[in-house]
Design a protein. Structure first.
Length: 232
């Protein structure tokens, strides 16, 4: 911000680490928890589900932070266990999408990482803040209002002029591409394959490609929400 010391080096690296961890958690959890609710936590909404009163206060705070007519946050309680959770209801194209945040999540590592990010970035970016990269005549900068915007600008700048290609196998590559990505001894990685790896590979192959359908169905149902980088 205006008049403040620039954030560079290790300090910036630590901020990026905190941001990337929280962002990775967000990307993973949006499959099971409404993204707006996760964003509310990452931007400073504190949750306490220990009592009905604190749970209701948490629901009100999250509702205010989300501020969408299509989203409703209510408290759901189990009379037997006396545990409370937040139920996030989103009306989307006439369909109700429901997700929940319970006490186990609030006491877990994912919530702690999001809360840490919220505390880290609170008040960090002020009026007149900007992000800058490069030196001399190659310097570029852009005004930003939050750290997410700064990271997005840096990614866009880093990818400018970069082309991306995908290959189904090494046989599709030209010799130069194969050298750059796979064969160059200065950048390649060699992994040791042991008999345990062969056993595990055989087990997963049998599960996914075998004649028995039930193990495959159980594997898909158990891992579908954790999958990433899926080609559809």
């Amino acid at each position: 911000q205006e008049g403040a010391e620039p954030i560079t080096g290790e300090a910036l690296g630590e901020l990026v680490r905190v941001y990337n961890l929280a962002n990775a958690i967000m990307m993973r959890l949006t499959r099971v928890i409404d993204r707006a609710a996760l964003t509310a936590i990452m931007t400073g909404v504190t949750l306490d589900l220990s009592t009905l009163a604190t749970a209701e206060a948490s629901a009100q705070a999250m509702t205010a932070a989300i501020n969408e007519l299509a989203v409703k946050v209510v408290v759901s309680s189990d009379e037997m266990s006396e545990k409370h959770m937040l139920r996030i209801e989103r009306l989307h194209h006439g369909n109700m999408k429901v997700s929940a945040i319970d006490a186990d999540f609030v006491q877990g590592a994912d919530y702690a990482a999001l809360a840490t990010a919220a505390a880290t970035f609170k008040g960090l970016i002020g009026t007149g803040a900007f992000i800058r990269r490069g030196e001399g005549e190659r310097v570029k900068e852009s005004a930003v209002t939050d750290f997410h915007q700064a990271m997005q600008w840096l990614r866009d700048e880093a990818e400018r002029g970069v082309s991306k290609q995908r290959y189904k196998g090494l046989g599709e590559m030209n010799p130069e591409q194969l050298w750059e990505t796979t064969m160059d001894p200065t950048v390649r990685r060699l992994l040791k394959v042991q008999i345990e790896d062969a056993i595990a590979a055989d087990q997963i192959f049998t599960t996914l490609m075998g004649d028995d359908v039930e193990p495959r169905r159980a594997f898909i149902e158990g891992n579908a929400l954790q999958a990433g980088n899926i080609d559809v």
